[in-house]
Structure formats: structure tokens, C-alpha cells
Write a protein that binds this ligand. Structure first.
Ligand code: FES
Ligand code: FES
Length: 159
């Protein structure tokens, strides 16, 4: 990212996908831009930029957050997981495979955020029922799938 002069900066230290990252960042930099532009972790997507769609979802200290609404400096000292940290070096997680098996993906743009929210649902509840899955994914909007197959995938993998 190109930084303009005379911008207030902050020495950020944050753990992302298990790696400690130290960078000097502008205090106005959003976490989403830090991830995508500085770290090239482009799994988090920007759609609305207003906290409405969930495409930019990451997990911060065990809770899903919209990275478009958070400043990078607010992530100081936290532990963040992005979709890149969820995916094994080879193969897929059971949940990712369930999305394929249930045909839960169309354009795919919402899916990184959807997978992270679903991972968090399964982390919070070992065998989430349909209603629990629905509530856990309520902040993630998908324009393509109609949601049923996504809910099926998360429930199936939770069985
Ligand atoms: S881009 Fe962050 S919630 Fe839509
Ligand atoms: S698969 Fe296209 S937005 Fe969800």
C-alpha cells in the first residue's frame, strides 16, 4: 500500500493464521485493506464495505467480525484467522468438502466468509441444529444459492 506523508501511524503487532506480524500502519487503515493489500490475503472480500454482507468475515479471538468495519489498529494484540489459515496445505477441511458435496457454491464470492462463520458455529456448538446454523450464518449474505444447500452442508458436516 502507498502511504501518504504526515499520516499518523501505529506499530501494529497481530497474530494472523498463527504467524506474528509486525507492521507500521496508518491509524486509519481498515483491517480488510491490511489483510488484502498489505498481506495479500485476498480470501476476505469486499462487497458492501458497510458491515451488511459478511463477505469480509474473519475470526478475531474466537468471534466472527466484519473486517471492513474494523481498523487494523483495533486488531493489535489479537489472534486472527482468515480463510487462508483454515484451508490445509493439501486438500480441504471436512466443511469445505461438504460445501462441494452439497453443491453449496455458485459464484463463490461469499464462500470464504460463509465458511469462516460456519467454522465458528461448529466450534461454538459440536452438533448445531438447523436453527443454530441459521443464526450463525445470519450475517453472511449470498446472492446465488438460496441458502438451503449452504445450511445442508454445515448441518451435514456437523453430524
Ligand atoms: S464488505 Fe464487510 S460486511 Fe460487506
Ligand atoms: S455463491 Fe455467489 S454470492 Fe454466494
Amino acid at each position: 500500500m502507498l502511504y501518504v506523508e504526515n499520516v499518523e501511524t501505529f506499530d501494529l503487532s497481530v497474530t494472523i493464521n498463527g504467524m506474528e506480524i509486525k507492521r507500521t500502519v496508518p491509524t486509519h487503515l481498515r483491517l480488510l485493506d491490511f489483510l488484502r493489500d498489505d498481506l495479500r490475503l485476498t480470501g476476505a472480500k469486499e462487497v458492501c464495505g458497510e458491515g451488511e454482507c459478511g463477505a469480509c468475515t474473519v475470526i478475531m479471538d474466537g468471534e466472527t467480525v466484519n473486517s471492513c468495519l474494523i481498523l487494523a489498529v483495533e486488531a493489535h494484540g489479537t489472534n486472527i484467522q482468515t480463510i487462508e489459515g483454515v484451508t490445509p496445505a493439501e486438500g480441504l477441511t471436512d466443511l469445505q468438502q461438504a460445501f462441494i458435496d452439497k453443491h453449496s457454491v455458485q459464484c463463490g464470492y461469499c464462500i470464504p466468509g460463509m465458511i469462516l462463520s460456519a467454522e465458528q458455529v461448529q466450534c461454538d456448538c459440536e452438533n448445531p441444529d438447523r436453527e443454530t446454523v441459521k443464526q450463525g450464518l445470519a450475517g453472511n449474505i449470498c446472492r446465488c444459492t438460496g441458502y438451503k444447500k449452504i445450511l445442508d452442508a454445515v448441518e451435514k458436516d456437523g453430524e
